[in-house]
Ligand binder design. Structure first.
Ligand code: ZN
Length: 335
């Protein structure tokens, strides 16, 4: 049975499709003529677990490719196109404007570029609902980062009605205690912005507890909630949706093995779950791959998937999601 898919957690830089990855690397002279596309992809796209520093190295390469407006606009359009063509109808993409600002492009110009790509995609696929989250970065509490994170919030406010649907805290969850970001979330609340927080991905259950206390309604990953029954109860009681990415969690060693991923246990305890790719380009996966893995290893059936998409649609920050909610409600009824 077909039903609209809802993907809420996908990082633009980690999602560069192979065709654009090799194109950009050739244009920038990183990929020289004696190396084939296939070799380059084999060396840079993950097929197994990686250490954090290896992951960071790959991200630096990917972000480095996205330092001009043309590529950000192109990637925005191409990602939305790929997602639409693979059955996603309600999509949130995210990126960190400060990671793309340079001498030739401001954070605001980076935001405008991805929004141009979104506008083009909506002209071609008018029945898609999509928006962007702007990521603050946890890179340590130096003044430059704090200033850029505040700028990110203000940009989200400025472009709120033009396709930016909220903010996120991404980066290295363990770089600075996430409680330090409370002033930024207070500002987001005052400005009436939606927000989600990367918490309990590489960090402990206490980070998930903090994220729940911020009342954003959603948490990026949150899988380490499994270590604390009380935190799980709070997730359920507060109707918090976890944006989960099974392969990404396994490849980045946030779980000891694929089989030990807690998705099934969390689902059985009543936690609402959204299924995502996180970084499909870097991980060499698709959303379909994730559904296949979750069906095969964790026994999710059609009804589980529809219900998970319905929870996700309800928790989406995108305006115009009601039609998708109605379609999923009908699909659940017919299942
Ligand atoms: Zn993420």
């Amino acid at each position: 049975m077909s039903y609209p898919k809802v993907e809420l957690h996908c990082h633009m830089d980690g999602a560069i499709p192979n065709r654009l990855f090799v194109k950009y690397c050739r244009e920038d002279g990183l990929l020289t003529p004696e190396i084939s596309d296939e070799e380059w992809i084999r060396d840079h796209v993950m097929s197994d677990t990686m250490t954090l520093s290896e992951c960071m190295g790959e991200f630096a390469l990917l972000t480095g490719l996205l330092q001009n407006e043309e590529r950000l606009e192109e990637l925005s359009f191409e990602l939305l196109k790929d997602m639409y063509e693979s059955g996603s109808r309600l999509v949130e993409l995210r990126f960190s404007p400060q990671s793309h600002a340079n001498d030739h492009m401001t954070m605001e110009q980076a935001v405008q570029a991805v929004l141009r790509g979104r506008k083009k995609a909506l002209e071609v696929y008018p029945d898609m609902v999509c928006g962007f989250l702007l990521c603050m970065m946890n890179l340590g509490q130096d003044l430059g980062t704090i200033e850029n994170n505040t700028r990110t919030i203000l940009l989200a406010k400025k472009y709120k009605d033009q396709g930016v649907v909220g903010i996120d805290l991404a980066g290295d969850e363990l770089a600075t205690p996430i409680e330090n970001y409370e002033p930024q979330f207070d500002l987001a609340k005052r400005l009436g912005l939606h927000y989600t927080i990367h918490a309990g991905e590489s960090g402990p259950a206490s980070n998930v507890a903090f994220a729940i206390s911020q009342k954003g309604g959603r948490i990026g990953h949150g899988i380490h909630a499994i270590e604390d029954e009380k935190v799980i109860d709070e997730l359920v009681k507060n109707d918090v949706l976890l944006e989960i990415s099974v392969t990404s969690n396994y490849f980045s060693r946030c779980v000891p093995s694929l089989e030990e991923h807690p998705i099934r246990k969390l689902w059985d305890k009543g936690v609402m779950i959204n299924i995502n790719t996180d970084d499909p380009g870097l991980m060499g996966i698709s959303l379909k791959h994730e559904y296949d893995v979750i069906a095969k290893h964790f026994g999710f059936n059609e009804k589980d998937f529809i219900l998970s998409n319905l929870y996700s649609a309800r928790a989406s920050f995108c305006p115009g999601k009601e039609r998708i909610i109605a379609e999923l409600t009908k699909a659940l009824h017919d299942c």
